[in-house]
Design a protein around this ligand. Sequence first.
Ligand code: FMN
Length: 223
Amino acid sequence: MNILHVCANPKPTEESVSKQLAAAFFGKIIELRPDVDLVNVDLYDEKPPFYSYELYKRAWYPVFDESYEPSKAEDMAINYAAKQAEAFNAADVLVLTMPMWNFTVPAIMKAWMDQILCPGLTFTISPEEGVQPLHNIKSIVLLVASGGVYKEDDERDALSSQVRAAFGFIGISEVEIVWADGQNPLFNMDHEQRKEMAIEAAMETAEDIAELELDPASEAVAE
Ligand SMILES: Cc1cc2nc3c(=O)[nH]c(=O)nc-3n(C[C@H](O)[C@H](O)[C@H](O)COP(=O)(O)O)c2cc1C
């Protein structure tokens, strides 16, 4: 099993609840599936560039114009996306670890999503076939912490809808969410209990992911 873990949190693990969820998740999955092939991308070490005009041309012009020939600058503009797409396309499972910031994903995570959701790299698009995935991701695990408490379908939560919509576009509909909410100690006396419950949920989600049915070819790569 190949897992790509993308983390958008500048804090050390001992200060970050979402990173503690990730530690629990990966501790459990490595125990259950020692064969797991894990690629870690810390976005603060591998910072995505903001989307540029050169990248826009290199990514989207080929979709509309067969005669397009990229300039050197346009070719270089796709380097970050191409490198990330290699790890993305090799993964069976994508784990995203992040805090909620201003009701959505941290900007660095959004910048990474803008890079990875690139035609010709992770999907193809045409009037005949619509959007066709080039990746093999079966499931996304979203590990999140927030200060406030959010009910399911809370309209203030733009984070989970952003992730579902963006990756749903390229054919990934399975999103497991583990959410440590109520982490602001000023307003939530029970923030420690909430964290412990979310850590338990992260380990249970790891148990489910460990049992995921994969293509035999994908299993062979991990061995
Ligand atoms: C810049 C910033 C923006 C934040 N915005 C929100 C928010 O919109 N909603 C919320 O519930 N908590 C918000 N928080 C609180 C964090 O989500 C909370 O502290 C969470 O535990 C952070 O995750 P971490 O412990 O993994 O870093 C914000 C915190 C920061 C620093």
